[in-house]
Design a protein. Sequence first.
Length: 337
Amino acid sequence: MGKVMLEVNELTTKYITRFREDVYAVDHVSLKVEEGKSLGIAGESGCGKSTLALSLMGYYFPPLHYTSGEIIIDGRNISGMNPDDVRKSILGREIAYIPQAAMNALNPTQRIIHFIEDVIQAHDATVSKTEIHQMATQLFEALGLPAEVLQKYPVELSGGMKQRTVIAISVILSPQVLIADEPSSALDVTSQKMVIKMLRNLMDNGYIKSMIFITHELPLLYNVTDDIVVMYAGQIVEKGSAHEMVFDPLHPYSKGLMGSIIVPEEGLRDVKLTAIPGVPPNLKNPPAGCRFAERCKFAKAECRATSIELRELENGRTYRCIYSEEELRAAYAREAK
């Protein structure tokens, strides 16, 4: 086992609505990311992926609030830290975030280099603009971005170029962990490939030590990550290697996700598309038992009545289901006939 760059233990965070209702969007989540490794997080919209990403940075803005659990980055527990300390010493340096719709994150009235100056000097006011320019030029060229991009305004860049520029800015302080929240969404296939190649280069060239890649497209993670976590209704329902999760999903929800997407990988091209019936539960009042039970074709009364814990298999794979691995595989085999 390599050095653990990010360790999350029983993290719970919630939104408080204007009616003072608690919405637990991240519910007792635990995970680890090792140095040199990338972890994928998948699930449909509303499952808690982006809330988990925001929560991992330890920097909370209402209506999102920290409730309990630990977030340990490179051995340092940032849970409950002063927000100003988190902003100055953690964000950008220890953990960086590429938000959804990152191409819209740039200030349209600033040249790219001026935006970078603001980012770096917010963390270290002693760095000169000359040093910043040299640092930015070196990074952009190393990542295949023309140095002249630094002198342009965002409006002068294509969508794919803006996306890659935001990624470059996010890692300019060489964070230990990079969280990429759907960085390839809203891009054409060519731009998606360029973004994914860029993220790989960041790992290979040591600009980041580890990465979390978030998407609703489970198959996409096969080409980007080492391991994959599937979330549903604020909880982790399964975790395994990228190959296991794409080619052999075990939890009924993971299997449903794979079955609802066209996959170009050999061995999955001819799989018949299926839809997951129903909608996720309301997290203001989540079910007492399995949160997927109302949409699961294999659910029984016991699933709805009892809180379901994660099971761990001998190979380290985990899943949240009342059925054993053998029972699930037998049910899938019967269904396939």
